[in-house]
Design a protein around this ligand. Structure first.
Ligand code: PLP
Length: 381
């Protein structure tokens, strides 16, 4: 876990932070990148304290990644874990048996599945809300223990009024957790908007190359950070050093990748919106999108996930997925390569997600090549 930095940092631009944070000290002849430490244990006399003892409890390769992510999210502590779901499970670890959690009805389906499991095993009440409906969220927060928010949501891209719901959660003593996977810290920094905790599927934009599965929790609350770190050690929900090295390498270009992917996404959303074979496009960049005004006010970019419903329903959607040659049919997002999938092919996806919704994760390829492939698949569907 990253230790709080006692020296005041100059206010660097986030793009500079992504490149410069977490570097080793400048020492003549020493590497500019942190080394990968492959060791399950450390030489130790067993003296308790901060020293490294055993690699389930701490690994030097975690630290530079954690420092960089904490700096980007403007938190004081980041804790890297073995997956985004491990991060979410850790962040939900304080929900008491019989407690209450508020969550968007269109949150990531496995997060919802995890909450269903808590409901079954620990009698936790799960209040699923339309997170874009601020009054509904505020009403649901009464008597709740924890809010697990997504904005934009996966896969419907609803945009919450984060300042309003996070302030309301704080006023009611409800712990707030924001899954910032879609927006990234370059799109929004929920801790500054009042969140207690940020979680990430590092697998997605932060690592950015579809080659690792990792998660992270970020907070400025010392007690929460201690608890998350203890969760990681006790549950063994740890990240491998090689994966964390790759994630830090990816994080160095987060700003370049996200800027290009978001620009590609906005352009494709605009073209899809005008295409006769498309019934609906969801992307906050579109002026008619329900989340457009809020996203414009709250976010530095509109993100690179686009929802598309082709004319012709689920069969047409499946035909598009089968016809693309450049886009990859696969279930992930946030990589440099463009991917798409029909979400309801999963029986566990929320039934209020339309059967024919394609989730596009727009990558950093040339936008004309992406468009030509997609338009040809739509024409053929
Ligand atoms: C928004 C969101 N949160 C969390 C997760 C879970 O992350 P992981 O697959 O790294 O466990 C995902 C995965 O798709 C996601 O999209």
């Amino acid at each position: 876990m990253q230790q709080p930095d006692p020296t005041p940092r100059p206010a660097l631009h986030p793009d500079t932070v992504a490149v410069t944070a977490g570097r080793p000290p400048r020492v003549q002849g020493r590497p500019v990148n942190p080394p990968v430490v492959l060791s399950s244990t450390y030489v130790s006399q067993g003296i308790p304290g901060d020293e490294l003892l055993y690699a389930r409890a701490g690994n030097e390769t975690w630290v530079p990644f954690e420092e960089t992510l904490a700096a980007l999210e403007h938190g004081t502590h980041a804790v890297v874990l073995g997956s985004g779901m491990a991060a979410i499970a850790a962040a939900l670890g304080d929900v008491p048996p019989g407690g209450t959690v508020v969550v968007p009805r269109h949150a990531y389906q496995v997060s919802l599945g995890y909450l269903d499991d808590l409901a079954r095993r620990h009698n936790v009440e799960v209040r699923r809300v339309d997170v874009a409906d601020t009054d509904a969220v505020l009403a649901a927060l009464d008597g709740a223990d924890l809010l697990l928010a997504e904005s934009p949501t996966n896969p419907m891209l609803e945009v919450a009024d984060l300042p309003a719901i996070l302030t309301a959660a704080r006023e009611r003593g409800v712990t707030s957790v924001v899954d910032n996977t879609f927006a990234t810290p370059l799109g929004q920094r929920p801790l500054e908007l009042g969140a207690d905790v940020v979680v990430h599927s590092v697998t997605k934009y932060l690592a950015g190359h579809s080659d690792v599965v990792l998660g992270a929790v970020v907070t400025s609350d010392d007690a929460i950070a201690d608890r998350i770190q203890a969760y990681r050690t006790l549950h063994g929900a740890i990240a491998g050093p090689l994966e964390v090295y790759l994630a830090l390498r990816g994080l160095r270009t987060l700003h370049l990748r996200v800027e290009r992917a978001a620009a590609n996404a906005a352009e494709l959303a605009r073209r899809l919106d005008a295409h006769p074979a498309v019934a609906e496009v969801r992307h906050p960049s579109l002026p008619h999108d329900p989340g457009h005004r809020r996203a414009t006010a709250q976010m530095a970019h509109f993100g690179a996930i686009v929802g598309v419903r082709p004319v012709g329903g689920p069969a047409a959607a499946d035909a598009v997925v089968a016809a693309v040659r450049l886009w990859l049919p696969a279930t992930s997002l946030g990589g440099v390569e463009s991917m798409l999938e029909r979400r309801r092919r999963f029986a566990t996806e929320s039934p209020t997600v339309p059967e024919d919704l394609l989730r596009l994760s727009v990558g950093v390829e040339d936008v004309e090549d992406l468009w030509a492939d997609l338009a040809a698949a739509l024409d053929a569907a």
